[in-house]
Design a protein around this ligand. Sequence first.
Ligand code: C2E
Ligand code: CA
Ligand code: CA
Length: 720
Amino acid sequence: MATTGSLSTAEEELRLSEQRFRALVQHASELMLVWDRHGRITYASPATIRFAAGVEPDQYENDIEGTNVFLHPDDLPRVRDLVMDLAMRPGATERFLARYRRHDGEYRSLEVTVTNLLSDPAVRGLVANSRDITETLAYAEALQSSEAWFRSLVQHSSDMIVVIDREGHVRYVSPGIEALLSVPGNREAARLAQHIHPDDRAAVAAHVARASATPGPQPPIEMRAQHADGSWLWLEAVYTNQLSDPAVEGLVVNVRDITERKEAEARIAHQALHDGLTGLPNRALLFDRLTHALERAERSGTAVGVIFLDLDRFKVVNDAHGHGAGDALLTSVAVRLQIAARATDTIARFGGDEFVLVCEDVDGIDGLVEIAHRVCASLKVPFDVADRRVHCTASAGVALSRGSTDPEALLRDADAAMYEAKDVGRGSVAVFDHAVRVRVHTRVEIERALRDAIDRDELTLEYQPIVTLGTPSEQQAQDAKIVGVEALLRWQHPQRGTVAPAAFIDLAEETGLIVPIGAGVLQRGLEQLAGWHEIVCRSRLGVAINVSAVQLQQAELPSLVDRMLDRTGIAPERLTLEITESSLVEDTVACADRLAALKDIGVRIVLDDFGVQHSSLGYLNRMPLDGLKIDRSFVHRIGSQPREAAIVSAILLMADTLGLAVVAEGVETPLQHDVLTELGCRYAQGFLYAPPQPPEDLLPLLVEGRLPTPSHEARSTDPR
Ligand code: C2E
Ligand code: CA
Ligand code: CA
């Protein structure tokens, strides 16, 4: 019984085991199929039956390739050969991939493993295990194609892609390195960092350290790198931390060439900060450099020097030889200045014909003055511009920072000193010192006060008669008839009393205040003349108004004059405008246009202070003048120096030839009066006849039309 019992136990165990395997097979997702040596299907797992949609094995075609109705026609020959071959080899296994039709008609890719168990008594068949790997395949395919896509992108990109591992070693360099740096990537990978500009290495290392600690893409960093030909490129690199991405485990660096962009940026930056003509730093860059120099000086306890240069008579060159010559001169001056200055000095074009030097590490004010002299001296040799020899000197003002960190103040000081230099004479150098400071301060005060004076209407006019001298037979000064008056500006200062124009005209011209002031003089002078006209009915009385060079530069001047004449009803020929030679020198072309326009209106134009300045007789010919006023410096000397009388005589002769009326200014003595009459001068003005005076004081004289017997004092100065 025991035997039977043990037997039945063994059978029982076997049965259990068989059940266990069956259950496993039945529930397996794998497709299982067994067929015998005749090709009959002896077993199909439930998954297989599900795959075939309920088609039972006995309905399959009865041959060794029993599954062939499901096989994709393209795969059939290969699978059949494989299985036929396998059937010859007991115990052998084959694995293959083939497409089988599922119940819904879709072909699925199955990975099939077939084992020859024909000689195994327990099975006696070929056993196939299949797995549906359609999805896996599709995924792998997609993966493969996208990998290929990325790979080709990386391989053909002109950008360079670098992968750096956790230890900082370059693990991969894309072929882009060849296009970028012209070096073979495989050889250079390890030495890649050495291509980075030494000055940029620290910044790049810091960036890499930051990137290593921060996952994801980092902001771009720019660096210079050396090309195989030795030139330097600008590169932009974007580091992306993919250390935690198992597929990469590194920093991915996308590098591209931005040299062109950087060069364009540099060009634009250069244009914004440099003068287009001379290539020198412009005003903006000068301020920047000066600001930094002053900061450095403050730290090191040194001083910064500024030299303000202004070319003398540049306008003359510009007018005489044209703007092309002017430009050529400025360019040549820029070159000379660069040679004469020290390499460390900044030379900037401040504007027009003004240049500024910023000198650091100067040896006190003396050292600075020495540089200024050297720079000025470098301009003394004549320039060859536009086939001409041109002389051009410069006046220089120098100022030392002495602890101040205000660039504008320092420039202002040097500028003020430059004006001092101009006063001293062309080509000189002046230092900004206490005296200049006081003068500048005074000027600032006067300017403010002058603005107030305009607002408060403190500017008034006095009038000085212009008289006829008559013929030598009627030599008495008291016989002189009044033909006109010159309007002369006065400032009725509340504290200082009446201030003469010498104290403020220059400043008014420099600040441009002369323009509104001059317009006021013109209006008041004409109104006054109109008022006198009502009372004295002397229709031939004229008024002379002084017009400064600055006013003559205003394009609106002729229309202003026209309007004023219209408003006051004064005939144009009764208005005389007195201009100075400096107006003619300043801007010849525009000035000639302006004078022509004034001439068209019909006003008279005379040249004031003739003889003091350049006295270029050329102007007398070229400009539409009606007369000239001989400066009082000549008149003062004619009584004492015979040579002076000869000069005045020559002027009178020449004026006569040119049809110009002549007024002698500043006649103070009967002797001067006599000599002038003798020489044939027809008009005069001076204290001998009448001083400038308020209009109400002048009225009786105008009513009389001639002058009273000259004062005793005036007569007593007569040496005869
Ligand atoms: P100017 O045009 O040469 O004016 C003549 C100056 O000589 C006046 O000085 C006058 O007072 C002075 N004067 C007249 N007779 C004699 C004399 O016998 N001896 C001496 N030594 N001087 C005499 P003032 O009024 O001080 O004017 C000075 C300058 O100021 C003027 O010189 C003129 O250039 C300028 N000025 C005056 N008023 C105006 C104005 O309304 N506009 C402009 N732009 N300049 C003006
Ligand atoms: Ca005058
Ligand atoms: Ca004068």
